[in-house]
Ligand binder design. Structure first.
Ligand code: JFZ
Length: 447
């Protein structure tokens, strides 16, 4: 029993506690709009990421048994009930993390990003947060862990794709992108608690270099949650890089809604941008997850996508969807190897360069480093193509990268004229080295 006095004290304590809650809520809602100062990923870390230029995206999961799109085909091409039970027969016995990483390395890629959890909610690592994970499949092997270990062994950065929407989790209010009658009230605070638990496992166990968030566009996800999760991640590892799909707003431009370190144009090469770091994600075929007989891009398309991306000062995250047995398609691995063959010869014009000073177009793109402009010629449209002049800058020498000299004409007031040989040294993308008398990286972008 409590005395009247104790009651009174308790009332006061309660009132004060209540006031504290209200005050902290007001403080939180103001505070939560912004990241705590000094918490953003450092420029040095982001610069290191952008120097890599080329990475592998991997979309994989039980859906690969059907060959339809990951997440999105749930409740459309594949009935929800059927989709949600696919994990019971998911057994990619030929999965070999070393082979995947080797395919990435042979392509000249510098990082690998795996769908640890896509919109269908299936977790490819043995999480304690939900039973809907790889340990409850016949396979019972930690795909995320094996891939992380293989990346470490082969010296390539390991990264994780993670969605903040989960159409499978009862706490998440949206249960289908196709049918809003499936929506439920859910419990977002609890859901955010679950994803923090999952992220803690992923970060502490696998030490990812970068986290590729997704699923930020649905209504339940707010900027406040994004700020909270960003700060939480940084409390676990201050150097992990985070894409901009953790926050709200557009994928291709920063705004007051953005939370994250870099922009993420999807299925197209981003526009030249010398100010904001960006990475285009583009599929080698059409579908993100494996699809039988999906149309594959030609070597020319693949390489020019990479070159135009580098020419715009961005990275390319090039996607492969492994088959249900865990192997990547041989034709895709071969295509990647061809890209790697080109990069072995011409990698100096891609890795560690900046884009510009010219805007990429259908005929050429440019990259630059130190006193050099690398001019990437896609096509011999003319024998003597013209380049916009470089005010106050003298070209000292021009030659094909690892190849013969190139003659050119440079006058103060007219365009630069390049003399192309009858046949370009590379059928897909030839690289001309223009050696300048000044630092090329300081040249303002030329339209
Ligand atoms: C997202 C994912 O949904 C997709 O499955 C894949 O993982 C890709 C890399 O990222 O792409 C989107 C994002 C938003 C929409 C469609 C695809 N949308 O809003 O329609």
């Amino acid at each position: 029993m409590l005395t009247a006095r104790q009651h009174g004290n308790n009332k006061r304590t309660l009132a004060m506690a209540g006031l504290a809650v209200v005050l902290s809520m007001i403080f939180y809602s103001v505070q939560a709009q912004q990241l705590a100062p000094g918490i953003k990923t450092s420029k040095a870390v982001i610069d290191g990421f952008m120097d890599k230029r080329f990475g592998m995206f991997i979309h994989f999961g039980p859906v690969s048994l059907r060959g339809t799109e990951i997440g999105w085909s749930r409740g459309s091409e594949v009935a929800t009930e059927e989709y949600d039970n696919l994990y019971k027969e998911f057994n990619p016995v030929l999965f070999n993390a070393d082979a995947w990483v080797k395919a990435a390395k042979d392509a000249g890629m510098k990082y690998v990003t795996i769908t640890a959890k896509h919109h269908d909610g299936f977790c490819e690592w043995p999480t304690a947060a939900s039973d809907y994970n790889i340990m409850h499949t016949p396979f019972k092997k930690d795909i995320v862990g094996e891939l992380a270990a293989a990346c470490k062994k082969q010296g390539i950065a390991f990264c994780i794709y993670f969605t903040v929407l989960d159409w499978h989790d009862a706490d998440y209010p949206v249960h289908s992108p196709h049918d809003s009658t499936k929506n439920v009230p859910g419990n977002m605070p609890r859901f955010v608690g679950t994803i923090k638990k999952e992220l803690k496992e992923l970060i502490t166990q696998y030490k990812p270099y970068m986290l590729w968030f997704d699923g930020n566009w649905e209504k339940p996800w707010t900027k406040e949650y994004a700020v909270d999760v960003y700060q939480y991640i940084k409390s676990l590892d201050k150097n992990v890089i985070i894409n901009n799909r953790l926050g709200k707003g557009e994928h291709i431009a920063f705004s007051s809604e953005s939370v994250g370190d870099y922009l993420t144009p999807e299925q197209k090469v981003g526009a030249l941008n010398m100010d904001d770091p960006w990475e285009s994600c583009i599929t080698i075929c059409n579908q993100w997850a494996w699809k039988p007989n999906d149309e594959m891009k030609s070597l020319k398309q693949c390489l020019q996508t990479l070159v135009k991306t580098a020419g715009g000062n961005g990275n390319l995250l090039f996607n492969v969807g492994p088959m249900m047995d865990g192997r990547m398609e041989a034709r895709q691995v071969n295509r990647l190897k061809e890209m790697g063959g080109w990069l072995k010869k011409y990698g100096a014009s891609i890795y560690g360069t900046k884009g510009g000073p010219y805007y990429p177009n259908e005929t050429y793109a440019a990259t630059r480093k130190g006193n050099i402009i690398y001019l990437h010629i896609f096509e011999r449209k003319a024998a003597t193509p013209e380049l916009p002049l470089l005010p106050g800058i003298k070209i000292i020498k021009a030659h094909f990268l690892n190849g013969p000299a190139v003659t050119f004409k440079q006058e103060t007031a007219s365009p630069i004229i390049i003399d192309l040989p009858k046949e370009l040294p590379d059928a897909v993308s030839s690289v001309i080295v223009l050696e300048l008398d000044k630092n090329a990286e300081q040249i303002p972008v030329i339209k």
